[in-house]
Design a protein around this ligand. Structure first.
Ligand code: MOS
Length: 692
């Protein structure tokens, strides 16, 4: 059998569901018609710490349409031992007691016949609190800080950092800060739950219905087979839909109590206040080098906030173990528990803030050495994983830097700051290297060859708008030796079997693996063409070899900015990313994905900043007017290119493109701002007042 993966894979194709989306035929979670539907409106705590003293249900129960109110007194009991990402997770245990652990914690759900009636009653519901002193003030030296969990991005201490720094001819030691940031998916979180006999059914907006269904079943102490979660179209997730979200838990509670289908859709503000955020970080990077730009030591200590309710790791130091050769490398992560919304994965978790610190520090080192920052990087290209000692599956970072420099027009750059002016504007360019871990997680897929020559392909994948459906259709067609027209793909249903969610930049790789494995088994099988044949594959046993190599996607990001010295206004004029991401399945969508990531990085660099009022402990800019995300007017000429790359040991040679675009972009922009203005902005976002 000869599977070439060249007929459909590698061809630029628009999304298979594109027409449905632009004509409005695509149904998102809050659009799916369900008969006899009730609507739940969530009430969030307005204090940052304390207890609910009183919820005056009587005050709203006669309001129009109100069916009932759920709070900690009548909510179904959830299993507190339910395992989530990092173990038992108090973040899931909604309405179980009167404690208020942060401002934004759901304290009640009002259920009514229409969304407007539910919303009106939720607004009118009197909730009184006994307030306790809260602490939402993040500080890396906070006394409650403790080493972060080491499930991934655990600390490393290679060589003698102290001695190498002491012996270095040039040392950069700087502190970098990133604020609370919010995922900002366009589609607010929505879930609809109902009972069908003994089965709990749900339509949810999430990044992986299989895992979500398992968590929901565990919470409600149900056999997994009694819970089904579907997620058809998803309007972005960016990490915030990677979990079993409050919308789903509350909808399931209401469906259980009222024995009717209940839909819970968060408001925009509630998405900010009650789903997930990237934690604030403070990072100290120290790099020592010889006068000719050979690194001797990198020391990276990162602190981030968490909630005592939920363990979480913002893995800021991953790139520090990956990008550069140095005889000594030390990393540490400190978690600081505060009375804040439990942080969770957001757009290149860890790597995005971590690369801001590391790649700005590398640029500062280049400045002190009087070296081209690309040349500095080339001089420190490692032969093997600098901390792990493992060989790389492939890097191609040098190719990204060189080809990017060529396309961007880097050669003529004067590396000194504040040299270019256009009218009153200062102009500068900057670069950053980046990486994001690659690999695959276990998934299953099932393929049925039908007598009519079509194939039914079932995989518990999720398409967040990234084009996963389209990529998997092409992969299945090539794997089966047929055309995309003959592939009938079904995704987004917990019944389709165990599957990794759309996250960690491993979705397509994981699902493609299962599809190609099932296709190979199907093609190897003798069969009667008049009878359907189904093959199910599970990749669990196939992934063991992955760990023998360090696997990452790599890229180089280039930015050109203008800065107005009178106002401090920074505008990004050009962004270019060159990517080594393995085989590109669909050049059109891969480009969209990495460009989207770069725009996320631009947004992180210049705009995004969750603000918390220290007095109330509340997040105060919980909308798109106050929390700025890059809009069209902010987005300049953005271009992306892919270098030839092929990942060994993974079917089709693919790596992820999900998050790499986000990594490095903020540093490239900050470095360009320095080049334009001479000002190092080490705290994001790069606001006017920080440039002046
Ligand atoms: Mo992504 S932040 O792993 O959903």
């Amino acid at each position: 059998m000869n599977t070439t993966f060249t007929e459909a894979v590698g061809v630029a194709r628009p999304r298979v569901e594109g027409r449905d989306k632009v004509t409005g035929a695509a149904l998102y979670a809050a659009d799916v018609p369900v008969p006899e539907l009730l609507f739940g409106a969530v009430v969030l705590a307005t204090i940052a710490r304390g207890r609910v003293r009183e919820i005056d249900v009587a005050a709203v129960q006669d309001m129009p349409g109100v069916v009932g109110v759920i709070d900690h007194r009548n909510a179904p009991r959830l299993d507190p031992e339910t395992q989530h990402f990092f173990g038992p997770d108090g973040g899931l245990l909604l309405l179980q007691d009167d404690a208020v652990p942060f401002a934004g914690r759901p304290v009640a759900l009002v259920v009514a016949r229409t969304p407007e009636q539910a919303e009106a009653a939720a607004r009118a519901l009197p909730v009184r609190y006994d307030e306790e002193p809260h602490d939402t003030a993040f500080d890396a030296a906070h006394p409650a800080g403790r080493p972060a969990m080491t499930l991934f991005d655990g600390p490393v201490d290679v060589g003698d950092v102290t001695a190498e720094l002491a012996g270095a001819e040039v040392v950069v030691a700087e502190r970098y800060r990133t604020p609370e940031e919010h995922c900002g998916a366009m589609e607010p979180h929505s879930a609809t739950a109902w009972w069908e006999g003994e089965r709990l059914q749900a339509i949810d907006s999430d990044q992986g219905p299989f895992a979500v269904a398992r968590v929901l079943a565990a919470l409600f102490r149900l056999e997994p087979a009694r819970v089904r979660v579907r997620t058809e179209h998803v309007g972005g997730g960016f990490g915030s839909k990677g979990m079993c979200g409050p919308q789903l838990i509350l909808a399931a509670m209401a469906a259980t109590l009222f024995r009717r289908p209940v839909r819970v859709t968060l408001t925009r503000a509630q998405v900010f206040l009650a789903t997930a955020m990237r934690p604030m970080t403070e990072q100290v990077v120290r790099i020592g080098a010889t006068a000719d730009g050979r690194l001797r030591a990198i020391d990276h200590a990162a602190a981030f906030e968490i909630s005592p309710l939920s363990e979480y790791i913002e893995g800021c130091t991953e790139l520090t173990k990956t990008l550069y050769a140095a005889p000594a490398i030390r990393t540490r992560l400190t978690a600081v528990p505060l009375d804040v919304l439990p942080p969770f994965s957001m757009r290149a978790p860890g790597a995005a803030p971590g690369s801001f610190a590391l790649e700005c520090a590398i640029d500062e080192l280049a400045e002190r050495l009087g070296l081209d920052p690309i040349e500095l990087r080339l001089r420190n290209e490692p032969a093997v994983g600098p901390a792990s000692g493992l060989p790389f599956s492939g890097r191609n970072l040098v190719a990204c830097l060189r080809e990017g420099a060529r396309r961007f027009g880097w050669e003529t750059r004067d590396h000194r700051p504040r040299r270019r002016r256009e009218g009153r504007l200062l102009v500068g360019t900057g670069v950053a290297a980046s990486s994001f871990s690659a690999g695959a997680f276990p998934s299953t897929a099932s393929i049925t060859a039908e007598p009519d020559g079509t194939y039914r392909v079932l995989v518990g994948a999720t398409d967040l708008g990234t084009g996963a459906r389209t990529a998997l259709t092409a992969i299945a067609a090539d794997a089966l030796g047929t055309t995309v027209e003959r592939i009938r793909l079904r995704i987004s249903d917990s019944e389709l079997g165990p599957a990794w969610g759309a996250g960690g930049s491993r979705g397509t790789t994981s699902w493609a693996w299962a599809i190609t494995q099932a296709a190979a088994e199907l093609r190897a099988r003798a069969r009667d063409p008049d009878r359907p044949v189904t093959v199910t594959a599970d990749t669990t046993g196939s992934l063991a070899g992955l760990a023998a190599l360090e696997r990452h996607s790599f890229s180089a990001v280039f930015a050109e900015v203008t800065a107005d010295p009178a106002t401090g206004e920074v505008r990004v004029r050009r962004l270019l990313g060159m990517f080594a991401v393995g085989r590109v399945v669909n050049p059109l969508m891969a480009r969209s994905q990495v460009i989207g990531g770069m725009i996320g990085g631009l947004s992180m660099a210049l705009h995004e900043e969750g603000l918390r009022d220290p007095v109330s402990g509340r997040h105060v800019n919980a909308d798109f007017a106050g929390y700025h995300i890059a809009a069209h007017a902010d987005v300049p000429d953005v271009e992306a290119g892919f270098v030839d790359d092929h990942e060994p040991g993974i079917p089709l040679g693919i790596k992820g493109v999900g998050e790499i675009g986000n990594v490095g972009t903020a540093a490239a922009i900050a470095n360009a701002v320095w080049h334009a203005t001479g000002t190092r902005v080490r705290t994001l976002p790069i606001r006017l007042d920080r440039v002046l």
